[in-house]
Write a new protein. Structure first.
Length: 295
């Protein structure tokens, strides 16, 4: 097991998954504290890096495209302090961070985890029920329906119709945008058969955000809804074919752990990659040690 403990949080790797726990320091963002501990399966990772600075460094996880509903809903727009897949590291812990990176990379190499996109979410998204008040309204989600309630700051034309209830089956997509400069952000739901080009200020299916502290929490509502919508890679409902209950896809057993012969084959493959110059001496040694531990 590999572990790094910092004021910013604690990351632990048990060989199968990473457990990311936000710290309690006042510098830790409200979004990360509200989101709580995340468990990231090894198969959801595309890579890991460590960037050193003079006073502090930063560990960064790169997830496979389509693996996390939070990243899907926010489109890479989460600011660095709100990104749960980054960890600030003090300079006196650089050695631990580098060891942590080596352990993850060795595991990815050993398990031959591809960096390609996935066709289903590998993380569950935020738990529900969930309710957040920010900007011109409150967004609540119970797993089946979204309710939008307006406040005294809501544009009159938008608030006149009263609270808005959107059923999950009617939601085509959801997106979150932060406020940037003079441009306001929003939490926007696209409803089937009801397209609109109205700005969030007037759109009854959007909450307008003005760049205040609680704005990022709306990203959690977006992620919780996104996790329950069809995966972006899935076919349209018209093209989707139901899987029979007795189909091989459901009856198939999960893949077993690599056996002794498979590990030996992998060791030979690594030797060939090293011999051909694809793997450096250091990379080959680390990968070989990881395999020998499994034998």
């Amino acid at each position: 097991m590999a572990e790094i403990i910092q004021k910013d949080g604690t990351w632990t790797f048990d060989g199968d998954a990473l457990h990311l726990t936000p710290g309690r320091d006042k510098s830790v963002s409200l979004l990360r504290k509200t989101l709580g501990e995340l468990t990231v399966p090894l198969g959801a990772l595309a890579g890991i890096s460590f960037e050193q600075g003079k006073k502090s460094g930063r560990l960064k996880l790169r997830l496979r495209e389509g693996a996390d509903p939070l990243l899907q809903a926010t489109g890479g727009k989460l600011a660095e302090p709100n990104d749960p897949y980054q960890l600030a590291v003090d300079s006196d812990r650089y050695g631990v961070a580098e060891y942590f990176v080596d352990e993850i990379r060795n595991a990815l190499l050993l398990d031959q985890v591809p960096a390609t996109a996935v066709d289903r979410y590998l993380l569950p998204g935020p738990s529900v029920p969930l309710s957040v008040s920010a900007g011109d309204g409150t967004a609540s989600f119970d797993g089946e329906r979204v309710r939008l309630d307006w406040n005294w700051k809501t544009e009159e034309a938008k608030a006149a119709a009263g609270p808005r209830t959107l059923y999950l089956a009617d939601i085509q997509s959801v997106e979150w945008h932060p406020a940037v400069g003079l441009e306001n952000g929003c939490l926007r739901f696209t409803v089937r058969n009801a397209p609109t080009k109205a700005p969030p200020k007037y759109d009854p299916n959007s909450v307008e955000l003005w760049g205040f502290k609680k704005d990022p929490l709306m990203a959690l509502v977006a992620a919780a809804v996104q996790a329950r919508l069809p995966h972006p890679s899935a076919a349209s409902p018209e093209d989707r074919v139901p899987t029979p209950s007795n189909s091989p896809a459901q009856d198939a057993e999960p893949p077993t752990e690599p056996d002794h012969d498979a590990l030996l084959r992998r060791l030979r493959e690594l030797g060939e990659l090293h011999k051909s110059g694809i793997l450096t001496d250091e990379e080959f040694t680390l990968a070989k040690q990881a395999i020998l531990k499994r034998l």
